[in-house]
Design a protein around this ligand. Structure first.
Ligand code: AMP
Ligand code: MG
Length: 355
């Protein structure tokens, strides 16, 4: 339903005390694609395995975000952050900041590893990475890391970086609601909430983008102060981005990914007049692929053959990237049903189609 109650009642997920085998069990749930309430020192997060696109889509669904907003990926240690993104990929400034502030409330925007699903970063080529200071969060992510390695040894299918225990986790509240700072506050659908007591910091992490020239751009103020940052990188090297400012740096696209190829959003593909497209090379994006067949499109992307909006959301950005790389003059996208994650998908398509 659109424009409904911004604070819907959701069943309270079970709160689990962190004792005995609870953490190991919780890590198994994450590895199997389930969502979990996870304590951090900032706020409680709604956690999923960061390399599982469908689980990340379910995070957006559970939060009922009207659109996709990049998720922060949490790792258990600084070493694991470099294992995940590749140490050479991180600017020297990032390493200095990591030494000074990790574990802690600082998120660094770094180059995205290819294996990380695009839905996690909302289509960006960068990923926000953080090492949380909460001991229970660290234990949980470490347990996931161990489990993924074990599974990789027995099955050996996943590419190496996808074996790093990374947890994508936005705040565990429904969109528009207040961030939870206690386990009992978590009221979004998930398997369980790990009880880590009240959050010590209580505000979100500071988000920075470190640059090769030694400067940092602060994208969001939070638990790490500007003074603290200046102490590490130097007084004149900290710049706070203006609200709404597009983050530009070499190799970085807009803050929210939009394809370069012009995109037309239509409600019903069969109402499209082929003559209106002239001689252009046109690609098509639809939910199930049933419509648009035989209409002479040069490329086609299907978001979910069975029409599942969670699967569609998980595939959306990767599909847009493929269409963008196909050398097309135009992409025609058909709106998906305006319900559940369909609203976020349509929102993205509407923005992508804006002139
Ligand atoms: P949160 O809602 O606390 O989980 O934080 C998510 C926020 O982190 C986003 O709304 C962005 O402001 C920021 N963020 C995460 N990833 C990126 C990224 N790759 N580039 C820029 N900002 C990011
Ligand atoms: Mg939030």
């Amino acid at each position: 339903m659109d424009g409904g109650d911004p604070f819907p009642k959701t069943a309270q997920p079970p709160v689990m005390a962190a004792e005995g085998s609870t953490v190991a069990r919780a890590a198994r749930w994450l590895a199997d694609g389930e969502l979990l309430g996870m304590p951090t020192e900032t706020v409680y997060g709604l956690a999923c395995h960061a390399f599982d696109a469908a689980a990340a889509a379910r995070v957006f669904e559970a939060k009922r975000r009207p659109s996709f907003d990049p998720l922060i990926v949490h790792v258990a240690s600084t070493d694991n952050a470099w294992r995940m993104i590749g140490e050479q990929a991180a600017p020297t400034t990032a390493r200095a900041l990591a030494d000074a502030f990790w574990p802690g409330p600082l998120t660094q925007v770094l180059p995205k590893p290819a294996e990380l699903p695009r839905i996690v970063t909302s289509g960006l080529e960068t990923v926000g990475v953080r090492v949380p200071a909460h001991p229970l969060a660290q234990r949980l992510i470490e347990a996931l890391d161990d489990l993924l390695r074990e599974r990789a040894i027995t099955k050996d299918t996943a590419p190496s970086r996808a074996r790093v225990g990374g947890v994508a986790a936005p705040s565990a509240n429904v969109f528009g609601g207040v961030s939870p700072t206690r386990a009992e506050h978590v009221a979004v659908p998930c398997r369980a909430v790990l009880d880590g007591g009240p959050c010590a910091t209580g505000v979100e992490s500071t988000v920075v983008q470190p640059h090769d020239d030694g400067t940092v751009t602060v994208l969001r103020l939070g638990g790490t102060t500007l003074e603290q940052l200046a102490e590490v990188v130097g007084e004149g090297n900290v710049r706070v981005a203006k609200p709404g400012e597009k983050v530009t740096s070499p190799g970085m696209t807009e803050r929210h990914y939009a394809p370069r190829t012009p995109l037309t959003l239509v409600h019903r593909l069969e109402r499209l007049d082929p003559a209106s497209l002239g001689n252009q090379r046109v690609g098509v994006l639809t939910l199930t692929g049933e419509r648009g067949r035989g209409m002479g499109f040069a490329a086609a992307e299907v978001l979910s053959k069975r029409g599942d909006l969670v699967e569609a959301a998980a595939n959306l950005f990767a599909a847009l990237h493929r269409l963008d790389a196909a050398g097309l003059d135009r992409v025609v996208a058909e709106a998906v049903p305006e319900e559940g994650l369909g609203r976020a998908i349509n929102d993205r398509l509407r923005r992508a189609s804006a002139p």
